[in-house]
Design a protein around this ligand. Structure first.
Ligand code: IPM
Ligand code: MN
Length: 363
């Protein structure tokens, strides 16, 4: 099989981590007789500089002509003075909208070796395995009207959802829960917001299609606390765009580093895969960024777009083995450097590739 993937490395550490993840994908798919058919386009700050826009039309066209899009990261402090619609992030939001994926899956699981990196106690985080389903195309990010009247000193955004937008993302959450521990936690702010009341009513309706799955509700403020106190109690968590953005950064504390969190978007014409972390411009070009979130994102791409579960499993296993053997990027070695080998971005990528090979030979 030829896997047609558009790569958009983006800004900051994006190009470095994407390079390593692609090299791992090449290794895995080659061993099972597949090939990657790659194309590369600009997005974000690099595109603003070269093309005058964060999302050049040829990037959208190439994305729509591919089977999956693999994105590094976008964003750079040098564009901080620009209005939101002209910043690098607008490129990513435009691409998400063009592709149509509305369910952003962000798995949060604790690697045993990394629990020492979490500021939470190991007995709290050990065994955590949560699938966040973040609604990605609605809410405050896209809601109209929006604006900023500088003269009056007033700015506003709109958190808006239709029943259909809620129902479709809820269905994805219930379907995932059916294959997992059969619990869906829906997060809202229904004690204050009408949009959350609609959210909650709709999720309750959709739940009737899935009698084998238990549904519970949490307010987002309380959820942010429960996540830190009892993360193991959650299975699938579904929530709207902004709440999901915030809660998943918070949940990365469980895994020890935001550098371990992959993500993939489902439900669109073409699905988009991107690590949950940002472009970390201050780490760019220093060979210190952690490529593991992006490598794990590559595994999600193989699993969800191409159905290559065995290949995806090999990548996850290889990452686990590399960690078991004491290899770390610097973000994962701050708290307990004894007995660990700290690797650069390229060396970590090479180590995962080597381990993938080893696993494929012994399989
Ligand atoms: C994320 C990021 C993006 C978001 C930014 C870069 C627009 O924070 O993927 O979580 O807010 O969705
Ligand atoms: Mn975010």
């Amino acid at each position: 099989m030829k896997l047609k993937v558009l790569v958009t490395p983006g800004d900051g550490i994006g190009p470095e981590i994407i390079e390593q993840a692609i090299a791992v994908l090449q290794e895995v798919v080659a061993m099972s007789g597949h090939t990657l058919d790659l194309d590369e386009r600009r997005i974000g700050g690099v595109a603003i500089e070269r093309d005058g826009t964060p999302l050049p039309p040829d990037t959208v066209a190439a994305a729509l002509d591919s089977e999956a899009v693999f994105l590094g990261a976008v964003g750079d402090d040098k564009f901080n003075s620009l209005p939101p619609s002209q910043r690098p992030e607008a490129g990513l939001l435009g691409l998400r909208a063009a592709l149509g994926g509305f369910a952003n899956l962000r798995p949060v699981f604790a690697f045993k070796e990394l629990t020492v990196n979490s500021p939470l106690r190991p007995e709290i985080v050990d065994g955590t395995d949560i699938m966040f389903v973040r609604e990605l195309l609605g809410g405050l990010y896209y809601g109209q009207p929006r604006g900023w009247d500088k003269e009056k000193g007033v700015a506003f955004n709109t958190m808006i959802y239709t029943r259909d937008e809620v129902a479709r993302v809820a269905r994805v959450a219930f379907q995932l829960a059916q294959k997992r521990r059969k619990l869906v936690t829906s997060v809202d702010k229904a004690n204050v917001l009408e949009v959350s009341q609609l959210w909650r009513d709709t999720v309750i309706e959709v739940a009737k299609e899935f009698p084998d799955v238990t549904l519970e509700h949490q307010f987002v403020d309380a959820m942010s606390m429960h996540l830190m106190k009892r993360p193991r109690d959650f299975d699938v968590v579904v929530t709207e765009n902004t709440f999901g953005d915030i809660l998943t950064d918070e949940a990365s504390v469980i895994t020890g580093s935001l550098g371990m969190l992959p993500s993939g978007t489902a439900g669109g014409k073409i699905n988009l895969y991107e690590p949950a972390h940002g472009s970390a411009p201050k780490h760019a070009g220093k060979n210190i960024a952690n490529p593991l979130a992006t490598i794990l994102t590559g595994a999600m791409l193989l699993r969800y777009t191409f159905g290559l579960d065995a290949e995806a499993d090999v990548i996850v296993k290889a990452v686990r083995k590399v960690l078991e053997r004491g290899f770390r990027t610097q973000d994962l070695a701050r708290t307990n450097p004894e007995g660990l080998t700290v690797l650069g971005t390229r060396e970590m990528g090479a180590k995962v590739r080597e381990t993938v090979k080893e696993l494929l030979v012994t399989a």
